[in-house]
Every structure is written in C-alpha cells, then in structure tokens.
Design a protein around this ligand. Structure first.
Ligand SMILES: Cc1cc2nc3c(=O)[nH]c(=O)nc-3n(C[C@H](O)[C@H](O)[C@H](O)COP(=O)(O)O)c2cc1C
Length: 346
C-alpha cells in the first residue's frame, strides 16, 4: 500500500522523523538515498524576526533536498504560523508540517510544540489558518497528549482532520514523558481508527520486527524513525527490504557492506563541513562521528573511548576527515579479524 500525502505518492512507508540539530540537509540527503520515504527538515521558528538568523538560514531547504520537500514550522500564533507556512512554500516546500510534538522547554515556555495540545481551541485556529494560507498539503506531528491523564490525541486528530490537515504523525509518548519510558501504541491505534486521513506512527521503532508489530497492531499508514537512524542512516534500506511498496526497490536491496558504510560516513562528514563551513562543521560532525563509531565498535568500549578522545581533539576540518578515513580503514582490519566481524559489519 502506497502512502499519499496530498498529490505525493511516497516511495516508502518508512519515513525519517524531524530532529532539530540532526536532520539537516546533509543528513536528509543520506536518508533519502537509503530509501526514506520522506525526509522532513528541522523545525523552523515561525517568528519572522528570526528569519535571517544563521540558525534559521541553515535550516532552510537546500538544493540537495528531494521532492516532496517537507518543512516543519513551530510557533504559537496562528497568523505568524500562517505567514511562516507561506514563506516556506514560496521557498520551495512541497509539504508544511506543524510541530506539536516537541517537548523542549525553550519551545514549551511559549506554549508551542507539544504544549499546544493543552489548548485545543488554539490548535484549531493554528491549523485552520495554516491550511488556509497555502495551497500545498499541511501535516501535523503530535504526541499522545500532555500527560498520562490528559491524552487528547484523538480530539486533536479530529480537529486536524476537520481543519484540512493531510496526515498526522504521532509519537506514542505524552509531553510530560519527554523521552522517558516507552512509546505506547494503543493511543496511536485509537487515533488511526478515529480519522480517515493517513496516520503515521513514531517512537522507539528500532527494528523491522518492531515495525511489523506496530503496523499490524495500529494499522497505521506509515512509520517514522528518529533516533535509531543516528549513526546508521542506511537502516532505511533494511526496513524497506520488508516494507517497501515498490517491488523494484525490494528486488534491488543488497546488504550494506563495510565499504558502503565507510564511504557514506566520509561523504556525510564532508557534506557537513561544506554545509556549515569548516569551523562549525567540525563541531557538528563530532556528534555524528561519535554515533557512527558507537555503531561500529560500541561492543568494544575501550576502543570506542580511545577513538572518540583522539578524534574529538581535532579542530581542523581536513584533519578530522583524514583522521576518520584512516581510522575507518584500520577498523576494517581490526574488526575483520574478530568474531564480531559478521554481526557488526554486514
Ligand atoms: C535531538 C532530537 C530533536 C528532535 N527535534 C524534533 C523536531 O524538531 N520536531 C519534531 O516534531 N520532533 C522532534 N524530535 C522528536 C522526533 O521526531 C521523534 O518524535 C522522537 O525522537 C521519537 O521517535 P524515535 O523514538 O524514533 O526517536 C526530536 C527528537 C530528538 C531526539
């Protein structure tokens, strides 16, 4: 079954979750390349006074972004949210996503992100204004509710459907949970049953087996992967092997080899240096390098610690890339000699 968002038929039902500070243009490009059906950008504030800030500029769509290009906006005032949607549509967004899932204090102090779920009438105004402002699909990302005794996802979903929202992604946690505990899928299942628009499940999906269970249990239209992709953006390929709607993709999926991982990591780091410039790029690259190394040698904590300590000291972009290249080269031999080679590397 193919997921359609407005006029866009997505190539896969496995989508990337928006993550501020992570799903920047280089990351989106990699995830798209490995088969993510949608690669939303990091949230952009609706505050027009911040439109020219360096942060907002870096978060705008780039020419590496592939259609459908989804931009997420966050804010609290209906007119500003509508203007932000218009602004991003003019810059080339194909889909506008509204953030009602973020629990971050900075956002919630202004009653934005998931805090908005506390105020259904404001939600209605924001969604209605944004849908009215643009002639492209508007989607919503939310949580199950505000707190465990205030799970109003079904109510918000109905408001969204009535306001003309095209699809809803739901993270199976409440705002109060932040990222603690586990995502639950009973509320997601109820939301799916209560609306006719596509529903996308999100939260703690870490394997194709989880995905199968959640799809069967909730009957949702698609799944969104967040933190599990960190340090392994190629994971979309493994999920797609089972869930792609396209038999063409299914038949062409090959295991990810160490060589592919190595080339992907190095390409990613170079793209980060280009996107942010070398100074900021080196700092941003460190977190991704940490995740990549963890995925490769997390089972050897001393080696992981030493490699991270060495590479995190480097502050020059070329040196960082060069060191990482050598490190990945050496790791291939270190790990290929060990019994972990097949489990970690293929
Ligand atoms: C570092 C980080 C940044 C995030 N930023 C956003 C964001 O900008 N917008 C949003 O809707 N959700 C954001 N999220 C939430 C994720 O999209 C997702 O809902 C959450 O991580 C649960 O999915 P997961 O268990 O697959 O990671 C963020 C999550 C993380 C970890």
């Amino acid at each position: 079954m193919c997921l359609k968002i407005g006029p866009y038929s997505l190539s896969s039902r496995i989508l990337l979750a928006p993550m501020a500070g992570i799903t920047d243009a280089p990351y989106r490009q990699l995830c798209h390349q490995f088969g993510a059906g949608l690669t939303p950008a990091e949230m952009i504030t609706s505050d027009p006074s911040l439109r020219n800030s360096k942060k907002t500029q870096q978060r705008l769509l780039q020419n590496t972004d592939q259609s459908p290009r989804c931009v997420q906006i966050v804010g609290t005032e209906p007119d500003k949210m509508a203007q932000a949607a218009e602004f991003n549509a003019k810059l080339g967004a194909d889909i506008i996503d509204i953030n009602m899932g973020c629990p971050a204090k900075k956002v919630c102090n202004k009653l934005a992100g998931s805090a908005l779920m506390q105020d259904p009438s404001l939600v209605k105004k924001i969604l209605t204004e944004v849908v009215k402002a643009v002639d492209i699909p508007v989607t919503l990302k939310m949580r199950t509710g505000w707190a465990s005794n205030k799970k109003n996802a079904k109510q918000i979903a109905k408001i969204a459907e009535d306001a003309g929202i095209t699809s809803i992604a739901i993270h199976g946690r409440t705002r109060n949970q932040a990222y603690t505990g586990y995502a639950e899928y009973e509320t997601v299942r109820q939301v799916k049953q209560s609306v006719a628009i596509p529903v996308i499940a999100n939260g703690d999906i870490s394997s194709p087996e989880d995905a199968q269970f959640i799809l069967n249990y909730t009957q949702v239209d698609a799944l969104m992967l967040g933190r599990i992709t960190q340090g392994q953006p190629w994971i979309f390929q493994a999920f797609n092997q089972q869930y792609s709607t396209s038999t063409k993709v299914k038949n062409h999926v090959k295991p990810i080899t160490y060589k592919t991982k190595k080339n992907t990591i190095l390409t990613h780091i170079s793209a980060i240096h280009r996107h942010y410039g070398t100074d900021q790029g080196v700092r941003i690259a460190r977190k991704h390098i940490g995740w990549y190394l963890f995925k490769l040698v997390g089972h050897k904590p001393n080696l992981l610690k030493r490699l991270k300590q060495e590479i995190f000291k480097i502050s020059d972009a070329d040196l960082q890339h060069h060191y990482l290249k050598n490190c990945l080269h050496n790791l291939e031999y270190t790990l290929s000699d060990s019994k972990d080679y097949y489990s970690s590397y293929e």
